[in-house]
Design a protein around this ligand. Structure first.
Ligand SMILES: [Zn+2]
Length: 549
């Protein structure tokens, strides 16, 4: 600035930034992290701009500047834009950005030891064990001690005597540098033409939006990899947003095959140490390629050149709790503010994006189908009037036969049903009463896994009652209709040897559980996965870790 006053925004639920006096000699720029008094305590906030000086008004003073990289200026605009557009408080939006306070400090340092090749004093039996069994080196004292079956004191003593070399290494290691010039898969003519259009828009300075529109199997990923390679060649950072459920090992390996290294991953299931590492590597600009779920958009990139939103139509880009936003739309805004490129990719583009493309606001890159590159699935409709399931069952004979054929070949099956829980309706056989959520007309859904009756609209939930609440008849309540739990139960009857699991927001409520199941499905450890439709979007809020700055 330097100014006498500065505005500071805190990551708390407040309307906006507060004015503070800047102490003499303290130089601040927007984005700097500072400690300042708010209420009864000192809190970490971000310098948001120059304060307004009103004569006669005494301001509290900023206490201290934190010595770390300032938040990139585009992030300040992006926070303001996100907050205003989505009617959220700027403070809570900033909190979403500050997803790891520990990342503001340098990486913790640990001492690693390795053999020096020198004598190192007397070689006791314990020291010999360190040399023989303590490796691989370099390693921490505790790791060496555990492998060698000695105390950590032995390792340190041996180092003091010169037998081991100690070196200080940061815990948080940088990510590998992606190589944009590795040879990817050979592109078809249609892919090459589409890739050229995207590369040209990335190469052009300024804001561009492209809709990459291609049916399943047309090879969209290879095409946007070329756009990413161009942005990397320019020295920029690249963010690839994918639906939470697509963040699997198999997905990461495709990036490694094209760019030589795995990208920096970002999703809600990362542990604190990994979050700290990614956040710090992103703000320093060292992490060049980030692949993440929607909240990766709010990492503090200083030099972002390209955002790709894969499966842009996917509903998991909508965050529906806390700060409510659609990451696809905010990715376009972020790109506009930073004057960079964004690619929206989909086999089934959203109506909004299609309209924008047709009206010329977005570049429309249509990828032709690759002939013979993929066999699209055969789709049959089964009329349950012709082949009704057995009494009380829901899976019809043609479906059982088809699943049997698949399983006998050692392959896997998925059953989709748009109803979670066990049964969508609980009714009394004695009086006909239907169990409803209090003060509403919505039916309670039986969840047998948890033993509860749950309203999917109001969130009301109670233990499954033993008797009818209306006529008090005992054991008269019966479940009507299928939910995924019931289908899984029935499938287990038809396929007693199959490993059957349910994937729904009830059984796999957190993203880690979803990823874990998807990984097991990929590895062939599950034969039949019964999936409810709500898995993609019902991903809990990612930003709030409950910690206070
Ligand atoms: Zn009753």
């Amino acid at each position: 600035m330097p100014a006498q006053n500065a505005q500071v925004l805190f990551p708390v639920n407040v309307e906006g930034a507060f004015d503070y006096e800047v102490p003499h000699g303290l130089e601040l720029v927007p984005g700097d992290f500072v400690f300042a008094p708010i209420g009864q305590q000192f809190k970490l906030g971000v310098v948001w701009g120059t304060g307004t000086a009103e004569p006669g008004r005494t301001l509290k003073s900023i206490a201290e500047k934190k010595h770390c990289q300032p938040l990139p200026e585009v992030m300040l605009k992006f926070v303001d834009w996100t907050a205003k557009y989505n009617c959220a408080s700027p403070g809570m939006t900033l909190r979403m950005v500050l997803s790891s306070y520990k990342a503001l400090d340098p990486s913790p340092i640990v001492t690693h030891f390795s053999p020096s090749g020198q004598e190192g004093g007397r070689i006791t039996p314990a020291r010999q064990l360190v040399l023989d069994k303590g490796g691989p080196f370099p390693a921490r004292a505790s790791e060496i001690a555990q492998r060698a079956g000695v105390s950590a004191g032995v390792v340190r003593g041996f180092s003091d005597a010169g037998g081991l070399i100690a070196e200080s290494l940061p815990v948080d290691q940088p990510f590998g540098i992606p190589n944009p010039n590795l040879e990817g898969l050979t592109l078809s003519q249609g892919q090459s033409e589409a890739a050229e259009q995207l590369v040209a828009s990335v190469a052009k300075p300024g804001f561009t939006v492209s809709l990459l529109d291609g049916v399943t199997g047309s090879g969209k990923t290879e095409v946007y990899f070329e756009a990413a390679a161009e942005a990397l060649r320019q020295g920029g950072q690249v963010l690839i947003l994918v639906p939470e459920i697509a963040l699997t090992q198999a997905g990461m390996k495709r990036f490694k095959a094209r760019f030589g290294v795995e990208p920096a991953p970002w999703h809600s299931g990362l542990g604190e140490a990994e979050r700290r590492r990614v956040w710090r590597e992103v703000i320093t600009g060292r992490a060049k390629l980030v692949v993440g779920a929607r909240s990766a958009l709010y990492l503090p990139y200083p030099n972002l050149k390209l955002i790709v939103v894969d499966e842009e139509h996917d509903t998991s880009y909508k965050q529906e709790e806390g700060v409510i936003y659609n990451a696809r739309d905010m990715a376009v805004v972020r790109s506009m503010l930073a004057k960079q490129s964004v690619v929206l990719a989909s086999a089934t583009p959203s109506l909004e994006s299609l309209v924008n493309a047709r009206e010329g606001r977005y570049q429309h890159v249509v990828l032709p189908e690759r002939p013979g590159s993929i066999t699209l699935p055969e789709i049959d409709l089964i009329d349950l009037k012709d082949t009704p399931p057995a009494k009380g069952d829901f899976i019809s004979a043609p479906l059982i036969e088809a699943a049997e054929a698949v399983l006998s070949r050692g392959e896997q099956a998925m059953f989709y049903l748009n109803r979670r829980g066990y049964a969508p309706l609980i009714i009394c056989r004695a009086c006909g009463e239907k169990l409803k959520s209090p003060d509403t007309d919505s039916w309670l859904v039986e969840h047998r896994v948890t033993g509860r009756a749950v309203c999917h609209h109001t969130g009301f939930s109670m233990r499954m009652p033993k008797e009818c609440p209306a006529c008090h008849a005992e054991d008269s309540l019966t479940s009507v209709g299928p939910g995924v739990e019931r289908v899984a139960e029935e499938a287990a009857r038809h396929f007693p040897d199959a490993i059957i699991e349910v994937l729904s927001s009830d059984t796999s409520g957190n993203p880690n559980a979803i990823r874990e199941r998807m990984a097991r499905m990929e590895q062939g450890e599950i034969d039949i996965l019964v999936v409810s439709k709500d898995v993609g979007w019902h991903v809990p809020r990612e930003d709030d870790d409950g910690r206070d700055p």
